[in-house]
Design a protein around this ligand. Structure first.
Ligand SMILES: Cc1cc2nc3c(=O)[nH]c(=O)nc-3n(C[C@H](O)[C@H](O)[C@H](O)COP(=O)(O)O)c2cc1C
Length: 252
């Protein structure tokens, strides 16, 4: 089994580890010209971004050839998954495959403009993460089939959410509006955790136009020097089971 993952603050990596198999980082795979994956089971674990998958995961699916008897997709999310499962069904169909299992797991929401991180972290216990995660792991190990149907109404809902919310937030130039304050010691960690190779650190921290809007740089900065104008609080988050070096290894 191969479990491909995308993570910014560790939730999806933690889930991928629990599901098991050979763990493969999607940002690492994206460095290859040709991506062909073959195994008895192949799956994706990634966060929900504005009711969809991260842009890089969509690009990864478009670019890859996946040969498997069992194709699974698990999203981590924080507040509302909206149409994410339908998106996964369509994206996998678009690459000429069929999704066998799609599920979601509610965890800490790392969307800084939406939530006070402290509150998110403190209330995570209510989400019964371990319980839900065990169910997903059992389903996948038993190769359970779980799909969602995507009819015209669902497609209309997808289009509405994308134009109402997604378009404005999922902008590859977002990083250009990040604020780097005087706490920055130019350690370069932000560049290492960036899955899109979008950051260079010389005299100052510079952002290019490939931002995935994942906030890995913002959440991982050891000096809490990177901020969003729209953030609800300065508190940051990383999944408690995942180290900053795990994020570096995944995304560098
Ligand atoms: C740009 C952005 C958009 C997000 N959109 C959603 C969303 O639509 N619904 C939701 O429930 N969570 C949303 N989230 C929260 C993440 O999906 C959630 O915290 C996820 O578990 C993070 O995974 P990671 O720790 O592996 O990076 C969003 C986060 C970011 C950064």
């Amino acid at each position: 089994m191969k479990t491909c993952y995308f993570t910014a603050s560790g939730n999806s990596l933690y889930v991928a580890r629990k599901i098991g198999g050979e763990l493969i980082s999607i940002p690492q795979l994206m460095k290859q010209n040709d991506i062909t994956l073959e195994d008895d089971a192949v799956g994706i674990v990634c966060p929900v971004y504005c009711g969809e998958m991260p842009m890089m995961v969509r690009d990864f699916l478009d670019k890859s050839t996946i040969r498997t008897d069992y194709f699974f997709f698990v999203y981590t999310y924080g507040m509302s998954e909206t149409v994410a499962k339908a998106h996964a069904m369509l994206a996998v169909e678009h690459m000429g495959n069929k999704l066998d299992y799609v599920s979601t797991i509610k965890m800490v929401d790392n969307y800084l403009p939406g939530f006070e991180m402290k509150n998110q972290i403190e209330t995570a216990g209510k989400k019964k993460i371990e319980e839900h995660l065990s169910e997903i792991c059992k389903d996948i190990s038993e190769r359970k089939i779980k799909r969602v149907s995507v009819g015209p109404f669902k497609k209309a809902e997808i289009a509405i959410i994308r134009s109402a919310i997604g378009k404005s937030i999922m902008d590859r130039n977002t990083a250009k509006s990040y604020i780097v304050n005087d706490n920055c010691i130019r350690c370069g960690l932000c560049a290492k955790v960036c899955p899109a190779n979008n950051i260079t650190v010389k005299e100052s921290v510079e952002f290019s136009d490939r931002c995935e809007v994942c906030y890995a740089c913002v959440h991982s900065c050891p000096k809490n020097a990177i901020h969003l104008k729209s953030e609800k609080s300065a508190e940051r988050f990383r999944n408690e089971h995942i180290s900053v070096m795990d994020i570096v290894t995944a995304n560098e």
